[in-house]
Design a protein around this ligand. Structure first.
Ligand code: EPZ
Length: 429
């Protein structure tokens, strides 16, 4: 199993090209199941999760052609996928595949909407929380699908197609909003989705759905209206930049000191996180090329942060912020309100010398002068990169084990950091 070795203490200087967003790419690829025409996606990141989803869609009969390199493209330019779901030959998504990536459960929506049936494995447990799918099922039920739970599979049927309806989510759910939008796009009549997620990835998916002929308005607000259409077409769509990758590198340079240009980054996609960084004493400047982040000051100021749905502070940056606060000049408090078990990185950061005390959903972080390198274990995608951030500032050597977690969501992380001065390398096998 690959590991990553980091020798801390190097400042970061240079520029990092931000890749396309994982959390937009996955629902966009799944949306291809809604149409028999070709969907072309540009700026697709080369991630393990994208590769796995290609396999899952292939299992349904979807053909995916990866566009070859074009003149002038660099190794950091995203890939282009030409996706054709003209012939769906299987509407079952098996446990072996779905259990490896929860978002694949979302295929249930376009399959039942277009094919009238879907049999999709329940995703099972997850390191960061119980993560049930009851609200996704509720949404399909509200659109007229007959739902049955059969030996670990959710079976959804709508022999005469779905019909429009009202969906009010009791809590904000990104996956629920994606699946409700997709299913409602082919339902007869109108659908109103209330208390919808407002994440930028929801807006990106709605934009793409409208390009293939859907009629969606209000994406990005808490109330989304969808007018169903009988059939959808093809289109070309560019995936938006990854705001979580952007925030991660911003936290990294704040931790090490230095200056980075985050190319292609769009500040409005993670304003809450940038506001927290400015509060902590970091310089953040929007430029034509992206966002410049610099930290040359006299240390990091502690902060009080609670994660919340967009436009609040993203839970997917909570671990990275905690790593940064381990070296703040004083005590910080971070409250995790989205997932009930998203502190798996705490004991690993403590192994590097951090002082963190947990009480329920709140972590108290007492800043320390120095962290010391040690072997640590990655437990999930975002927790693993928080260990990388801490190791970049720790004295001596850190080895991060199980980096397959990182590969799920960060494209060429060690190359991007090494190009900016980090002493980081991958140890294979
Ligand atoms: C998406 O997960 C993201 N994943 C997550 O990113 C992200 O952390 C999360 O949204 C919140 O922003 C992708 O986009 C692929 P939710 P999702 O439904 O849709 C509860 C990463 O690191 N809930 O918004 O699964 C749920 O348990 C990943 O890239 C129900 O109770 O999250 C959670 O407490 C991790 N029932 C809350 O709602 C349901 O049916 C929000 O979850 C659905 C969700």
């Amino acid at each position: 199993m690959d590991r990553i070795r980091i020798t801390g203490g190097q400042r970061l200087n240079g520029s990092i090209p931000i890749s396309g967003a994982k959390n937009a790419t996955l629902p966009l690829m799944i949306a291809s199941l809604l149409t028999d025409q070709i969907l072309i996606l540009d700026n697709v990141p080369r991630l393990a999760d994208v590769g796995l989803l290609q396999r899952i869609l292939g299992n349904h009969g979807v053909d995916i052609m990866v566009g070859g390199k074009r003149t002038g493209e660099t190794q950091y330019d995203g890939q282009t996928l030409h996706i054709s779901a003209a012939n769906i030959v299987d509407t079952t998504a098996p446990y072996e595949l779905v259990s490896r990536m929860r978002a694949s459960f979302w295929v249930i929506a376009p399959l039942v909407a277009r094919m009238g049936e879907a049999r999709v494995s329940m995703p099972g447990g997850c390191a960061i929380g119980t993560r049930p799918v009851d609200l996704l099922i509720m949404a399909l039920d509200n659109l007229g699908a007959e739902i049955e739970i059969d030996r670990g599979y959710v079976v959804a049927r709508a022999r005469n197609g779905l019909r429009g309806g009202n969906i009010r989510f009791p809590k904000v759910t990104v996956g629920g909003t994606h699946t409700a939008m997709m299913a409602a796009s082919l339902a007869r009549g109108g659908t109103v989705i209330e208390n919808a997620a407002r994440e930028p990835e929801i807006v990106d998916v709605a934009d793409c759905l409208n390009k293939i002929g859907a009629s969606i308005s209000g994406a990005g607000t808490a109330r989304i209206v969808v007018e169903g259409v009988p059939k959808l077409n093809g289109a070309r769509h560019r995936v938006l930049p990854d705001r979580i990758e952007t925030g991660t590198y911003a936290m990294a340079v704040a931790m090490t000191g230095g200056e980075l240009l985050l190319e292609n980054a769009r500040p409005e996609l993670l304003q809450a996180a940038f506001d927290v960084l400015v509060q902590a004493g970091v310089e953040v400047t929007a430029t034509n090329a992206g966002v410049r982040v610099a930290c040359n000051g006299a240390g990091i100021t502690p902060v009080e942060v609670s994660t919340s749905p967009f436009p609040g502070f993203p839970t997917d940056l909570q671990a990275q912020l905690m790593a940064l606060m381990t070296r703040a000049k004083g005590t910080s408090h971070i409250t995790e309100t989205i997932f009930e078990n998203r502190f798996m990185h705490v004991q690993e950061l403590v192994r590097l010398g951090a002082r963190i005390h947990l009480a329920g959903e709140c972590a108290t972080i007492e800043g320390v002068e120095t962290l010391k390198g040690a072997p640590v274990m990655a437990t999930d995608l975002r927790a693993s990169v928080s260990l990388v951030i801490a190791a970049l500032a720790a004295e001596g050597e850190t080895v991060v084990n199980r980096v397959y977690h990182l590969d799920r969501g960060f494209e060429r992380l060690e190359d991007k950091l090494a190009a900016c001065g980090a002493a980081i390398e991958r140890l294979s096998g």
